[in-house]
Design a protein around this ligand. Structure first.
Ligand code: FPP
Length: 276
């Protein structure tokens, strides 16, 4: 976390926010649904493409901040399988921006020891985009720093379908042997195999939706929805999200330590009250 203070101005708002974070309770994996580029552009009477273009700088800042915070993995939702329904020109703009981002940021990604990966039905992408992505994946394959994972042509349901088909294929080949089909078997065949599940899922632009993102992996993620549109998402917003996460009481379906005893002590009396 000390790396973050190197880029913060002492006494600034971000400095104050970062100072209140508990370095021992940071989320291991943050996932973000970057939403609101279109609305950002509409509010300025600009074409939607301008909103996507303005969405690149928050990606850069978020990657930098997460790296400096010491977050282990950051997954960004850049393009869903459903996004193909958008006009051709908009889809082409998104591919162009992704390629420009990779070309401009790869040196910085390498300098910071970030490992870049992408997930989704990548064989459905234009070949130039796929090549650029593969180049970044290969160039960073041996890095051991933060994992920057970008979801492209991604669908949570398609990911589950692919995992189930992989299990069926393993069974057919006989490589499954007597292994049970349990949660580990499914997790190991998801695109995120080897990554911890996201602890914190951030969605910008105020929509209370999951939009087919990481359906399996977010079972116990803490959700943080902000009204801020993605192009306006700043380091301050990210720090607010992490701070909010640290205030949550994560029980994973259990009880707070000590709560079981308190509950046990209260129970006979409560039963008595109901019975009377
Ligand atoms: C959702 O906004 C955003 C997207 C579909 C694309 C996200 C892409 C970027 C932020 C730019 C490049 C990405 C990388 C990783 C470099 P929307 O268009 O659905 O917004 P709206 O709901 O307001 O219309």
């Amino acid at each position: 976390m000390k790396d973050l203070f190197e880029v913060l101005k002492p006494g600034s708002k971000d400095w104050a926010l970062a100072s209140t974070l508990d370095p021992n309770r940071l989320p291991s994996h943050i996932a973000i649904i970057m939403d609101g580029n279109g609305r950002w552009a509409r509010r300025r009477n600009l074409p939607r493409a301008a909103g996507h273009k303005a969405g690149v700088e928050p990606v850069r800042i978020t990657v930098e901040t997460c790296t400096r915070l010491g977050i282990r993995a950051l997954t960004l939702y850049a393009f869903s399988v459903e996004n193909w329904k958008r006009p051709r020109a908009e889809v082409d703009t998104l591919w162009r921006l992704l390629r420009v981002y990779l070309r401009l940021e790869l040196p910085e990604i390498l300098r910071n020891g970030i490992r870049f990966t992408c997930m989704g039905r990548l064989d459905g992408l234009p070949s130039q985009v796929r090549e650029e992505l593969e180049n970044a994946v290969d160039a960073t394959a041996h890095n051991s720093g933060m994992r920057l994972n970008v979801a492209i042509n991604y669908s949570g349901r398609a990911e589950l379908v692919d995992a189930i088909n992989a299990i069926v294929e393993d069974a057919r080949k006989g490589t499954l042997r007597d292994q049970p089909i349990n949660e580990e078997a499914i997790s190991a065949r998801l695109y995120t195999a080897g990554l911890p599940d996201p602890d914190l899922l951030i969605r910008t632009s105020g929509e209370m939706r999951i939009s087919n993102f990481l359906l399996w992996q977010i079972a116990y993620a803490e959700l943080y929805v902000t009204d801020t549109l993605w192009p306006d998402f700043k380091r301050t917003d990210l720090l607010h999200a992490v701070l909010d996460y640290q205030k949550r009481d994560r029980r994973f379906g259990g009880l707070k330590p000590g709560a079981a005893r308190a509950h046990h002590d209260e129970w006979p009396e409560a039963v008595g009250t109901i019975a009377r």
